[in-house]
Design a protein around this ligand. Sequence first.
Ligand code: APR
Ligand code: PHB
Length: 409
Amino acid sequence: MKTLNTQVAIVGAGPAGLLLGQLLARRGIDNVIVERASGDYVLGRIRAGILEQGFVELVREAGAASRLDSEGEVHEGFNISVNGKQERIDIARCTGGSTVVCYGQVEITRDLMEARSAAGFETFYESAVTEIRSVESNKPSVMFQHEGEDYELNCDYVAGCDGFHGIARQTIPAEKRTEHERTYPFGWLGLLSETEPVSHEIVYCKSERGFALASKRSSTRSRYYLQVPLAEKVEDWSDDRFWSELKKRLPLACAERLQMGPSLEKSIAPLRSFVCEPMQYGNLFLVGDAAHIVPPTGAKGLNLAASDVATLYRLLVRRYSKDDAKCLAHYSEIALRRVWHGERFSWWMTNMLHQFGDVDVQGMNGSTLSRFMDSELSYYLGSEAGHRVMAEQYVGLPYEDIDCALGAA
Ligand code: APR
Ligand code: PHB
């Protein structure tokens, strides 16, 4: 057994773990990341690409934003099309100038990996954490294997950044955690293609045939999604079938200029709302997908991971710079306030934009729910106040000031 020591052990080298590690490193807080997969595998996961301003500022603070700042595309609005009638939500005008940045999660992950490597901080890849021990003591430890060798990583704190299927959440005793969950009776079939995007800005499409989304990764790389029944298999969706269905759901102007081409990636993901409460137990802190999942309709998954990171990072800086260990007891309550705002917005956008068919949804026939949601959507799209509500949530609510939050605690 090899024994290592650090201040913060981070489980998982996804965006949450890498961003937290880089921020802590720049403030002189020692940390080690242990990641189950290889770096290439982590980079191979195709994910979303809409970043809130708070996230962009964090990546700048982490010293890893040079490519993001030069290649990221600032978006001042997004579009919602209902049965072909398109409405633009001018997020910059509605929020006094806030915007979002379109930049792939893979690219953020790559930039953070490179920054960490350049800083010489330890990351163990292809090393699954098998146990997180003594989190109720002031000397927790993380057990993992690396290149056939057993390791024990002793630390002050453990950041569980290991995603929905990780070990960290399971380390909290079942009787100590409450899990809130909503699953949806459909999934998203996503396709990535090296084709010119149909629109500079994102277009969310509600049609009688189901939801579709037109997004992008660059001026030459497009990302599209189709709502499909949960039972669908990706192998039943040829590229031709995907493009043909997408054209039927896009507004006419987009459909007419749709550039089709071979898929670089195609996959189906289920939609889920999930929150684990609390997001901490002893000296273990859950961050990002380890604690919560949102349906991608609000583009909040990556952004909620970032706001968790911001909260834990600032509390850890306070803990070490002011010797204030007690402040960490407030991580979960602070993080959950913003998590639930993101969860509600994502649940709301999902209900408004998808077709539910004749399934039973919370005791209501899905087609009846769709009628209620049609009315809600048309009200919000038809009013200045409605646009402002959607815009404020889309750009992301402000991060809480930690000192104020602690003062109020
Ligand atoms: N030991 C070590 N690493 C682990 C373990 C384990 N036992 N279990 C999981 N991991 C790793 C996974 O291999 C993955 O690389 O933890 C990482 C978790 O990364 P993400 O799942 O990307 O979660 P997070 O960093 O919170 O980012 C959330 O990623 O999945 C998207 O939609 C999600 O955009 C959101 C963002
Ligand atoms: C994406 O670009 O993958 C994307 C954009 C907006 C969403 C979800 C996904 O709401």
